[in-house]
Design a protein around this ligand. Structure first.
Ligand code: UDX
Ligand code: UDX
Length: 437
């Protein structure tokens, strides 16, 4: 089937579903994005992208203007006419670390009876290995195929990642269904990995688990650098230039977070355990990450000369999102560090470029109790220590003399190795990075 003739329905218009819907429409398909959230759908209909995602609004407007993209509340009737339906609903984590499939099940239960004959249902949400079977059983349709097509989109660069993928993974036992999904991506210059559904599901977890492992590894090496007096930047340069290793995902930091790595790494451990395998390497990767948050807390304590309590200490926290380029606070390492600093008595004055306007309900809940400021200098004002938690580019151009002049103390803890330590010191401030000699 030609991409241009394809009717696509996207169920769930969050970070993943919206990018997928916009990009598939951009590539030529006719796409209807469905969501249960009326507020979100109203914004989208008016051309407003409710998340921070570079370039997405422009491409979305182009697809709307071309008549290939629309937004609706609810899934019926959009799925009745769809050739391909993408499930992009949340798969939150259960208490035992496994993924909660209730949204996926609910969506499959609803659409099962109304899908047109020959339709293809695509699992885009990251679902546990074997979920492909759960969706098939829930749909309860012999004439409908299920395909696993995992996403590899980084928030902030999701549009770029979608349109320039290293590969598109398609897992299916049905050749016709696999080719229909592949046709949607025909406009991309990429390679396809056709495989069985179970392998496709595992590819997603293994990719994120491996990337998390790289970061935990380099964070461990950074800790070692501090012990032996080596410089992590040089070590990364030295090992990253070996093409077998590669330089990506080797930036030391406050630990990895976000909506995927924490959830997927725990699910990998839990899936393995359910099948009788102890994935001890992955457990170690997670442990090291937890320790990394604590290491950042200790750096802050040391910077202000405290051992136990931070009573009376004012911390200027720069960056709240789990990384730069997104407004997403889910499992933010910076917020984990802030939580501990607060629990020890510190007062937090925080600035993040995505939290200066009116807060959405998620931001209001997660940021309750923080003294939010309109700019980095305001957050530094009267602070004993300034802590950089997210690598927002604007922090690289901070006027350090001004920062020094407004602070009460004189310490900077740079959890992202964003600043030049010598420049910070020459402004009269103490400097602590991660793994820097
Ligand atoms: C989600 C999952 O968390 C992730 O594991 C998966 O890979 C893709 O989907 P994300 O897009 O970041 O990731 O989730 P989120 O931004 O929460 O968006 C989900 C959307 O689905 C929300 O807009 C929500 O309103 C909508 N939704 C949820 C539905 O439309 N129907 C439902 O039944 C449930
Ligand atoms: C991730 C995957 O990269 C992507 O393919 C998809 O599966 C969704 O999950 P995302 O969560 O948007 O994307 O963020 P990513 O850029 O991968 O970063 C995850 C975390 O690792 C962030 O907290 C980030 O700051 C941290 N990180 C990343 C580092 O600490 N060092 C690095 O070198 C890279």
């Amino acid at each position: 089937m030609e991409t241009q003739a394809m009717q696509v329905a996207i169920i769930g218009t969050g970070y993943v579903g919206l990018t997928t819907g916009v990009c598939l429409a951009h590539l030529g398909a006719h796409v209807i994005c469905c969501d249960v959230d009326e507020r979100k759908v109203t914004l989208l209909k008016n051309g407003v992208v409710p998340i921070v995602e570079d370039g997405l609004a422009e491409v979305m407007q182009g697809a709307i203007d071309a008549g290939r993209l629309s937004f609706v509340v609810g899934n019926d009737p959009a799925v009745r006419t769809a050739d391909v339906v993408f499930l992009c609903v949340p798969t939150p984590q259960d208490e035992d670390g496994s993924a909660d499939l209730s949204y996926v099940r609910a969506a499959a239960t609803e659409i099962g009876p109304i899908l047109k004959p020959g339709a293809v249902v695509v699992n885009k949400s990251t679902v546990p290995v074997g979920s492909f079977g759960v969706v098939g059983e829930t749909l309860d349709r012999d004439d409908v195929s299920v395909v696993s097509n995992p996403e590899f989109l980084r928030e902030g660069t999701a549009l770029h990642d979608f349109l320039n993928p290293d590969r598109v993974v398609i897992g299916s036992d049905d050749e016709r269904a696999a080719q229909m999904v592949a046709a949607l991506y025909a406009g991309l210059d990429t390679q396809f990995v056709f495989t069985d559904p179970t392998s496709a599901e595992l590819i997603k977890y293994a990719a994120n688990g491996f990337l998390a492992m790289k970061i935990s590894f380099i964070n461990s090496v950074a800790a070692l650098c501090e012990h032996v007096g080596a410089d992590i930047a040089r070590v990364v340069e030295g090992i990253g230039s070996d093409r077998r290793i590669g330089s990506q995902f080797l930036q030391p930091g406050p630990g990895w977070g976000g909506s995927c790595f924490p959830k997927d790494s725990r699910a990998l451990v839990s899936t393995a355990a359910q099948h009788g395998y102890d994935f001890s390497l992955m457990r170690g990767v997670i442990d090291i990450n937890e320790q990394q948050y604590d290491r950042m807390v200790h750096k802050v304590m040391a910077a202000v000369g405290r051992d136990v309590s931070l009573d009376g200490v004012v911390v200027g926290a720069l960056g709240l999102t789990f990384k730069a380029g997104t407004d997403d606070l889910r499992e933010s390492p910076g917020l984990r560090v802030i939580d501990v600093l607060r629990a020890r008595g510190a007062t937090i004055q925080a600035y993040d470029p995505t939290t200066t306007g009116e807060l959405n309900p998620i931001q209001r809940e997660r940021l309750a109790g923080l003294n939010l400021k309109a700019g980095a200098l305001d957050a530094a004002h009267g602070a004993d220590v300034v802590v950089i938690l997210t690598e927002w580019p604007e922090f690289t151009t901070l006027d350090l003399e001004k920062v020094a002049s407004v602070m009460r103390g004189a310490a900077v803890v740079d959890c992202r190795n964003l600043l030049d330590g010598d420049l910070v010191r020459s402004a009269g401030l103490g400097y602590q990075g991660v793994g820097r000699s």
